[in-house]
Write a protein that binds this ligand. Structure first.
Ligand SMILES: [Zn+2]
Length: 340
């Protein structure tokens, strides 16, 4: 089964760049950073990636970020992320780039970061025949005034950026206050996503849709508790970027069995399946699909259906989507022949 799942073509909507850093690369980053490293080995890093709860996870993520002291480091991280994606037949990835964190706390240059990121992405796209686009996480904790400054930067350096979103502390910063930022981003032609319904209740999902006008919701876990939120997701055709393993690792969901991914799929909500911060959570797309198969009984055909939906609801151009759908179906036909 694992080899069938590995060969299934996949697309991912929700993968944080720094959350996909290889432990070896984090050691390299710490070494190059000029700061005192707190890890001596890959095992130390893996131990560091064990989280007690969601705030603890955010703290760990922030610590890893702090070691990225040179804009150029993002090139290697991006390239390796896509190499790891390609090895699992993830043919399209939409990565989340928390650039503002490094601008705000380390004074890094947005254009230099984007140049490095795009160099890594370009090289990987050529070598591995995958596609990738970037959305910038404006990070709720920094507030709307600073986020407007980030939008100024995106306006000046739009290369490779398809959208924006807000991650960070959902609990302390519910969606509604970011309306003006989202309105401006929409006017700039950027696609709109928000982490919502991960640390807060279903109202956060409703607000992200109604106040911010998002097309996709990151996590959307708590929408399961409200028929109103489920109805709204369906009516507006909003895709929920589910991140099952992540939700268990950060403790926002008790176990995989209680995760609403099966319920959402059966209710006809548009979903994608995602690894979120794969190396930090000890997961990847193969593991997410495998887990869905084992715990929620998703068949290969259903998993492929999710793959197709992830392409259809991606931020690729219509032309690229058509091309990818043909590629996906072609590969699936070959897999189906083997299954018979
Ligand atoms: Zn996320």
């Amino acid at each position: 089964m694992y080899s069938i799942i590995n060969s299934l073509p996949k697309a991912e909507h929700h993968i944080h760049l720094v959350g996909s850093i290889r432990p070896e690369t984090l050691l390299w980053v710490a070494d190059e950073s000029g700061l005192d490293s707190q890890w001596d080995s890959v095992d130390d890093v893996r131990e560091f990636f064990k989280f007690s709860d969601f705030p603890h996870f955010l703290k760990v993520f922030g610590t890893c970020m702090a070691y990225i002291t040179k804009e150029s480091m993002f090139e290697r991280i991006a390239y390796e992320t896509l190499e790891d994606q390609a090895s699992q037949n993830v043919l399209h990835s939409e990565i989340i780039f928390s650039a503002p964190q490094r601008m705000k706390t380390a004074g890094m240059d947005f254009a230099l970061m984007m140049d490095a990121l795009n160099r890594g992405i370009d090289r990987a796209q050529r070598e591995f025949a995958v596609t990738c686009s970037t959305r910038v996480d404006l990070i709720r904790d920094y507030g709307p005034d600073y986020q407007m400054e980030v939008l100024d930067q995106i306006l000046e350096h739009p290369e490779g950026i398809v959208g924006i979103e807000i991650g960070g502390s959902e609990y302390d910063y519910p969606p509604a206050q970011f309306k003006a930022v989202y309105d401006r981003a929409r006017g700039m032609g950027l696609r709109l996503v928000a982490h919502a319904g991960e640390a807060l209740g279903w109202e956060s999902v409703v607000d992200a849709i109604e106040c911010l006008g998002v097309e996709r919701i990151g996590h959307g876990l708590t929408a399961q508790n409200s028929p109103e939120a489920v109805k709204l997701l369906k009516e507006k055709g909003v895709t929920v970027e589910t991140c099952p393993v992540s939700n268990v690792r950060t403790g926002v969901c008790k176990d995989i069995k209680s995760h609403p991914v099966r319920q959402y799929y059966d209710q006809g909500i548009s979903i994608s399946v995602n690894s979120d911060d794969p190396t930090m959570f000890g997961t990847d797309m193969n593991n997410e699909y495998m887990t869905l198969h084992e715990v929620h009984g998703f068949t290969v055909a259903e998993l492929f259906d999710i793959s197709l939906n992830s392409v259809r609801t991606s931020f690729l151009s219509e032309e690229k989507k058509r091309e990818q759908l043909v590629e996906f179906r072609g590969r699936y036909e070959k897999i189906s022949e083997l299954l018979e």
